[in-house]
Design a protein around this ligand. Structure first.
Ligand code: SF4
Ligand code: SF4
Length: 418
């Protein structure tokens, strides 16, 4: 088993823009709600950059009935939005009912995609890929066997957007394995269609609330300058995946927007949206491997409900970000704007008192978020100290006592955030 590695980290930087515009706002298309479901936490791999929370297997399988009931509620509440579903894990295909859920969603014409480590092999993915609008197959250099993985990629060509995500840990031996596969797939003469190949930076604290960018050597950072490559024949052209570039820019003056490469932004550690207004909860929901429903994988804003709940109170407004690193690409693409955006709005509408009030309100919340983040870091540090000082038995007794006390508070908080 690979042991968990703590990487050297660096502070996150401010992004080179002050708002991210959702695709539907840019094109005038239909708004969407993206449901990102971490179906369970069972995995046949034990990657050193992955938290045990993602592969420990300590959560029971979900039931197909509760999944269907949850999606029925989503269809009702977000009836004016297009429903987009991403299934991930652990390794999602290990759930015995996984294919039944895919069939059920496919019958309802839901836009559906998934991420997998490809373990189930070529035959499985040849059968399932026609039902997937996008498919991301992840190459994990400690565990993935390159030959069968390549066969799986070749067999998955029915999915309109196929992406190979190469995980890039900074350790040279692992980095080189991923780079070798990158060359192999680029040189393969057996590709009958174009696919995307992404070099994915790993993050420290993946699966926790305290994620940080990892430090790479200079040559490795340069390699990330071309994180996304299209390989294979130029026709037919791949259909743009819902998660690729972002459209971001400045409110001006002058107004300026451009496309930004998502993985590059994360690799540069420039995904710091601390204090921004973020539309998670309206554009995105995340279900963790124990069935808890959150606004997003970043866990900002706390819980919304549970997969087994018969009456979920879904959020109706966005939230103020209190994290300094937004590492997950599905979180980064959500519409968000810095307090400066509000300020510019107000300057252009200087007779509008409501706009001025919005700016004051916005900066007030921004400062509160700062204070909250400092407090939360101090609490994390105190928690760590207590854990290392107390005998384990005493520590776990106290911790379990706190968890029981926190339940009613959590319930109140999730009702307040909706
Ligand atoms: S394959 Fe994915 S879920 Fe499994 S251990 Fe590796 S990173 Fe974690
Ligand atoms: S960390 Fe969460 S709240 Fe902050 S910008 Fe990212 S998705 Fe939004």
């Amino acid at each position: 088993m690979a042991t968990k590695v703590r990487y050297q980290t660096r502070a996150a930087k401010t992004p080179p823009f002050d708002a991210i515009i959702g695709e539907y706002l840019r094109t005038g298309g239909r708004p969407y709600i993206h449901i990102c479901w971490m179906v369970h936490n069972h995995c046949n791999h034990r990657c050193s950059y992955c938290d045990k929370a993602n592969w420990g297997g300590d959560h029971p399988w979900p039931t197909l009935e509760s999944a269907k009931r949850f999606f029925e509620q989503v269809f009702r509440h977000y009836h004016d939005r297009k429903v987009v579903v991403s299934l991930t894990g652990g390794e999602p295909t290990l759930w015995p009912d996984f294919r039944s859920l895919v069939d059920w969603l496919h019958e309802r014409k839901i836009s559906l995609g998934m991420t997998s480590n490809g373990t189930m092999g070529a035959k499985y993915f040849a059968e399932i890929s026609p039902k997937l609008d996008w498919l991301s197959l992840s190459f994990h250099p400690q565990f993935t066997n390159p030959e069968p993985f390549l066969e799986t990629v070749l067999a998955s060509s029915a999915s309109p957007h196929l992406t190979v995500r190469l995980m890039m840990p900074p350790e040279r031996r692992l980095w080189n394995r991923s780079m070798d596969f990158s060359k192999k797939i680029r040189q393969s003469s057996r590709l009958n269609r174009s696919i995307s190949v992404e070099h994915v930076p790993i993050v420290d604290g993946f699966g926790s609330t305290n994620t940080k960018p990892v430090q790479y050597e200079a040559d490795q950072s340069q390699e990330f300058a071309r994180t996304s490559i299209t390989v294979g024949p130029e026709t037919p052209k791949p259909i743009q995946s819902p998660i690729s570039n972002i459209f971001a820019g400045f409110a001006g003056p002058p107004k300026a927007y451009a496309d930004y490469d998502l993985n590059q932004l994360v690799a540069d550690g420039a995904a710091n949206f601390f204090g921004w207004r973020c539309e998670i909860g309206r554009e995105q929901l995340f279900i963790d491997s124990s069935g808890h429903i959150l606004r997003a994988g970043c866990r900002v804003g706390g819980g919304v409900g549970h997969l087994n709940d018969a009456d979920i109170q879904f959020p109706t407004a966005g939230i103020r970000c209190n994290k300094t690193f937004c590492h997950c690409v599905t979180d980064v693409i959500v519409t968000k704007a810095s307090p400066r955006w509000d300020l510019i709005d107000a300057i252009h509408n200087k007779h509008d008192r409501i706009a001025v009030f919005r700016v004051l309100n916005s900066y007030g919340r921004f400062l509160t978020a700062h204070a909250q983040a400092r407090l939360s870091r101090a609490l994390d540090e105190t928690h760590r100290l207590i854990k290392t000082t107390l005998p384990p038995r005493l520590y776990y007794t106290i911790r379990d006592g706190f968890r029981i006390l926190r339940r009613p508070l959590k319930h109140l908080r999730s009702r307040a955030s909706s």
